[in-house]
Design a protein around this ligand. Structure first.
Ligand SMILES: *Cc1c(COP(=O)(O)O)cnc(C)c1O
Length: 409
C-alpha cells in the first residue's frame, strides 16, 4: 500500500518557526475505531475546511486507509481537488450556490447533495450537458433551519417531485438530513428530526424514488446515538481525534487519538519589572518582576484573539498564561520569575494535555469549539505529516521528518 505520507500538499512551509504536525496514523486509527462502532453503517469521513485544518489530501488518504467508504465535502471544488489528487472512491459534496460547476463535479463522478427543486434543475441540466446520470442525495431540512429542503412547507415535496420528473438525468441514490442538537445526547430535538426524516423518506418512496443510502449522523450522533446511524455516518471532528461531546468524554473514552499538534519556537525572552504593561492597550501588567516570552504566532496563524489574557501554552511541560492581547503575528506569555527559557525553546499551542493545552482547552478559553480551533489554522503554514504513531513520529522528526509540505518527491 502506498504510504499516506506520499500525499503531500503543494504548500511550502512559510513560517519555519511554526510547526503544525499531523499524525496520519491517528486519522487512520480513528476511522477504523468509528467504523467498528457504527457497523454495519458505512463511514463518510468529512474533509471540508481543508480536513478541519489537517490537510485535505493527506487526511483523506489516511481516512480511506482506515476504511472510509465515503469522503464528504462541503463545496464541489473540494471534491474535485480529491479527484485531481487521485481519489477514485465515493465522494459526496453537499453545498453549492447557484452557478456552481455541477458539470465538472458530475463528470468527475462526485455524488451531490441537492437542497431545493431549483438546485435539482441545475444538476439535471448539467447532467444532460455531460451525458451522465447524476448521483444525487436529497437533503431534507428536518428542523435545523440551515441547508436542505424544508419538510414543513412544501419545499421537500417540490424537491421530490422535481427529482422524479428528472429521472432521465438524475438518479436519487440517497436522502439525508442534519441534526441540530446531536451534541446534547438525549435531546428531544433529535427524536423529532428522526421522525420527520422517516416521513420525508416515505414521501420520496411514495413518489417512486428509491434512495438506498439514508444518513443523518455527525460525529456526536455517531458516537452517542445508534438510532441515527442508518446506512452511513458523516463524521468530521471524530476523524481528527477530538470529542464532539467533551462534557461526556474526552477523545480517549471513544477510542480516538488527536491527530494535530501545533508548536512554535520562542522568538525572544526578556526580564521585566513589576508594573510592566504588555501588548496593545496594555491590558495586562506584571504584578511582580517576571520573564516574558515572545511567541511568533498570532491571529494570522489561527491563534484566536479571544485567547488574549485567557489562553495558556505549554513551555517545557508547564502551562504558561497568554498575557496581553494576541496580535496578528505574535503574542506574549508570562514565563514566571527566574525562567530558564531561552529563545528557540518550544511553545506548545495545541498539544496532548500534558505537553500543552488540547484543542478543547483552547476552545474553552476562547469561548469557541474545538472544530474552529483546528480548522482556523491556515494552510499557508504548511503541515508536517507523520505516520506510524508517536514513537515512529519521534524517530521521523529526528531524521528530519517525512512529508513536510513543500517536499515534492
Ligand atoms: C460538517 C458536517 C458534518 C460533520 O460534522 P462533525 O460534527 O464534524 O462530525 C456532517 N454533515 C454535514 C452536513 C456537515 O456539514
Amino acid at each position: 500500500m502506498q504510504p499516506e505520507t506520499d500525499w503531500v500538499q503543494p504548500c511550502p512551509p512559510t513560517r519555519p518557526h511554526l510547526q503544525v504536525r499531523v499524525d496520519l496514523t491517528a486519522i487512520r486509527h480513528n476511522v477504523t475505531a468509528i467504523r467498528s462502532r457504527v457497523a454495519p453503517a458505512a463511514v463518510m469521513a468529512v474533509v471540508k475546511g481543508d480536513a478541519y485544518g489537517h490537510g485535505l489530501v493527506p487526511a483523506a488518504r489516511a481516512a480511506r486507509a482506515g476504511g472510509a467508504a465515503w469522503l464528504g465535502t462541503a463545496v464541489l471544488a473540494e471534491a474535485l481537488a480529491l479527484r485531481t489528487a487521485g481519489d477514485t472512491g465515493r465522494i459526496l459534496a453537499w453545498l453549492a450556490a447557484p452557478g456552481a460547476d455541477w458539470a465538472a463535479a458530475l463528470a468527475a463522478g462526485v455524488d451531490v447533495g441537492v437542497s431545493s427543486a431549483a438546485q435539482l434543475g441545475e444538476v439535471a441540466a448539467a447532467a444532460r450537458s455531460v451525458a451522465t446520470l447524476a448521483r444525487v442525495h436529497l437533503k431534507a431540512d428536518t428542523g435545523m433551519g440551515r441547508n436542505g429542503a424544508a419538510v414543513w412547507d412544501g419545499g421537500w415535496a417540490a424537491l421530490v417531485r422535481a427529482a422524479a420528473d428528472a429521472a432521465d438525468a438524475v438518479e436519487v441514490v440517497g436522502a439525508f438530513t442534519h441534526l441540530a442538537c446531536a451534541d446534547e445526547p438525549g435531546s428531544p430535538v433529535t427524536d423529532g428530526q428522526l421522525s420527520a426524516f422517516s416521513a420525508a423518506v416515505a414521501d420520496a418512496r411514495a413518489a417512486g424514488l428509491r434512495p438506498s443510502l439514508l444518513h443523518a449522523a455527525n460525529s456526536a450522533a455517531a458516537l452517542t446515538d445508534s438510532r441515527t446511524h442508518l446506512d452511513v455516518v458523516r463524521v468530521g471532528l471524530a476523524v481528527y481525534g477530538l470529542s464532539p461531546v467533551p462534557a461526556e468524554s474526552g477523545p480517549a473514552g471513544f477510542g480516538l487519538r488527536p491527530a494535530m499538534r501545533y508548536a512554535a519556537r520562542l522568538a525572544a525572552v526578556k526580564a521585566v519589572p513589576a508594573g510592566q504593561g504588555v501588548s496593545y492597550g496594555l491590558t495586562w501588567h506584571a504584578a511582580a518582576p517576571t520573564t516574558l516570552g515572545l511567541v511568533p504566532a498570532g491571529y494570522a496563524d489561527g491563534i484566536p484573539r479571544a485567547l488574549s489574557n485567557r489562553g495558556t501554552v505549554g513551555v517545557a511541560g508547564v502551562r504558561r498564561p497568554v498575557v496581553g492581547r494576541v496580535c496578528m503575528d505574535q503574542f506574549v506569555v508570562d514565563l514566571g520569575p527566574d525562567s530558564a527559557a531561552a529563545p528557540g525553546d518550544e511553545v506548545v499551542l495545541i498539544g496532548d494535555g500534558v505537553d500543552g493545552p488540547t484543542a478543547q482547552e483552547q476552545a474553552e478559553a476562547a469561548d469557541s469549539i474545538s472544530w474552529e480551533i483546528v480548522t482556523r489554522i491556515p494552510s499557508r503554514l504548511g503541515r508536517l505529516f507523520v505516520a506510524g504513531g508517536p514513537a515512529a513520529a519521534a524517530a521521523e522528526l529526528a531524521a528530519g521528518g517525512v512529508g513536510r509540505t513543500g517536499d515534492q518527491r
